[in-house]
Design a protein around this ligand. Structure first.
Ligand SMILES: C[S@@+](CC[C@H](N)C(=O)[O-])C[C@H]1O[C@@H](n2cnc3c(N)ncnc32)[C@H](O)[C@@H]1O
Length: 252
């Protein structure tokens, strides 16, 4: 009888709990479990710290290949990497941030294939905010420059498919794509770009491994609105995808 990995997992869980040494006639179990040493030390699905600390935790938990070099495909001010010693290649469409590569990440012209262990993606989650000076400042500081109007169904998910195709191309096999995605209310409707991203990533040939909720201490507050109709978002998502048809480490 052959056992699939899920059945084997259930059996080895039971063996770990009740009979760490195994018994004759018991199914063959993986070596690290056979030795009685469990390596079960998961990352939490809710994160209350900084993005940079979460990225380091992700780098310790998920990679099956070296994460470096790391391509930050939406670099902006490089806030994720302040104080980091990681080998980061910075990319942005906007030259004012002085990234190493000024290019549209939906094209990645000139970027070699199968080069990176990790691609990081933190796209704009709102479109341009308006004409007055403070909003223009926000647009500039956070790169909220991509069109997000009626023609785009008030949503920025249209940016994802072309980016995902390029991310898959420049990642090594088994490399990780880490995307920070924030849902939004736009034109009086809830939009769910994190759902779009996960579906589109699978369609592009990635395996979506996990969804980590990153919580902010205080919500962003706007004086623009007088009546609330939706929950004030205090979280975003980090989506962990592997450039592979499977997610779990060491399972063939
Ligand atoms: C939310 S910011 C990223 C912030 C960054 N993670 C940080 O920590 O400083 C989004 C950035 O994506 C860039 N961007 C938007 N569309 C892009 C595209 N198609 N290709 C490359 N960069 C893009 C914007 O210029 C902006 O700098």
């Amino acid at each position: 009888m052959t056992l699939d990995t899920c059945t084997l997992d259930r059996i080895t869980d039971t063996v770990l709990k009740y009979s760490p040494k195994g018994e004759s006639g018991a199914p063959k179990i993986p070596k690290k479990v056979e030795s009685g040493i469990s390596t079960y030390a998961p990352i939490s699905s809710v994160w209350e710290g900084s993005d940079s600390a979460l990225l380091e935790a992700i780098f310790k938990f998920y990679p099956t290949i070296s994460p470096e070099p790391i391509l930050d495909s939406t670099y902006n001010a490089g806030r994720f990497w302040k104080g980091s010693k990681r080998n980061i290649v910075s990319m942005d469409i906007d030259p004012q941030y002085e990234p190493m590569i000024v290019v549209d990440n939906r094209k990645m012209t000139g970027v070699p294939s199968a080069k990176f262990g990790v691609v990081v993606y933190d796209p704009p989650h709102v479109g341009p905010q308006g004409r007055d000076k403070s909003r223009k400042r926000f647009d500039m500081d956070f790169g909220a420059t991509m069109e997000c109007g009626k023609d785009q169904d008030w949503n920025l998910s249209y940016l994802y498919p072309a980016f995902l195709k390029q991310a898959k191309r420049v990642l090594k096999p088994e490399g990780l794509l880490l995307a920070k995605i924030t849902d939004m209310v736009n034109c009086h409707k809830s939009k769910w770009p994190h759902c779009d991203f996960m579906r589109m990533a699978e369609e592009a040939g990635f395996t979506v491994c996990d969804l980590i909720i990153k919580v902010r201490k205080g919500p962003m507050v706007s004086t623009k609105w007088k009546t609330a109709y939706h929950a004030r978002k205090r979280h975003c998502f980090w989506i962990i995808c592997r450039n592979s048809d499977k997610c779990e480490r060491g399972i063939s």
